[in-house]
Design a protein around this ligand. Structure first.
Ligand code: GLP
Length: 238
């Protein structure tokens, strides 16, 4: 696991975008695992800008998103399908059927679908204040595959900022499991802001703690890159 501390979200986004685009130049058939939330937004902006500048095509790239709220229609502006389209997909030349999301109709076969497509080459992750990755809340088993889950109170409260009010936040979601995520060949986790510092500190102790799902990344070690701003890194013991 490598920890990289940058001054701003924008610097983090620009650097990871460059690394991803360099990999795409080597292999334009990559499979990308994508995340939602505010953390990857500067990354998606940079991917769009840099790929336009360098004329990089996404027509052979496949994507698998980490998670989706249960029961939200794709036209709902809070669905993760809507988010991905608005913030990344619509700007690039992806083929129509190249995007996958875990849904009630396919989640039981989502891990197999990922495998059939060659596995995830690069997985983007954010992290919840309570250490969740995707919607794997504290206590999620390590061997979990894509599954339906209940959101914790903390996650519902935090995600309420995107909805009109807290009552509109779905209480269930479908998420890749921890074992699904750990199978990715390369992982970039992005954390910015003071509210992520405690979870980051626990994760970087180097051991797996069941109550901090992100700490499962310690079991993978190689090809895991943790990008932090100074606030998210503020509790790390020197
Ligand atoms: C949601 C998503 C996670 C994301 C987390 C943090 O719960 N399911 O994938 O990492 O929020 O979001 P943000 O980046 O907005 O802090």
């Amino acid at each position: 696991m490598e920890v990289i501390i940058k001054k701003s979200k924008e610097e983090i986004g620009a650097e990871i975008a460059k690394r991803i685009l360099d990999d795409i130049k080597e292999n334009d058939h990559l499979v990308l695992g994508l995340a939602t939330g505010s953390s990857p937004l500067p990354l998606y902006k940079s991917i769009v800008e840099q790929s336009k500048k360098e004329n990089i095509s996404f027509k052979n790239i496949k994507t698998f998103n980490l998670d989706e709220y249960y029961g939200l229609d794709e036209k709902n502006d809070q669905s993760y399908r809507y988010f991905m389209n608005e913030n990344l997909f619509k700007y690039l030349d992806f083929k129509k059927d190249s995007h996958n999301f875990p849904l009630a109709s396919n989640y039981e076969h989502y891990d197999e679908l990922i495998d059939e497509n060659g596995g995830i080459d690069i997985q983007i992750l954010g992290i919840g204040e309570n250490g969740h990755i995707a919607f794997n809340e504290p206590g999620t088993p390590l061997d979990s595959k894509t599954h339906i889950t209940f959101l914790s109170e903390n996650t519902i409260e935090n995600n309420a900022r995107f909805f009109k009010n807290i009552a509109e936040v779905p209480t269930k979601a479908i998420t890749m499991g921890l074992s699904t995520i750990l199978k990715s060949r390369k992982i970039y986790l992005i954390a910015t802001g003071k509210n992520k510092a405690s979870a980051i500190n626990i994760m970087l102790k180097g051991e797996y703690e069941k109550y901090c799902p992100a700490s499962a990344l310690n079991l993978k070690n190689d090809n895991v890159f943790i990008y932090l701003d100074e606030d998210a890194a503020s509790l790390i013991k020197k």
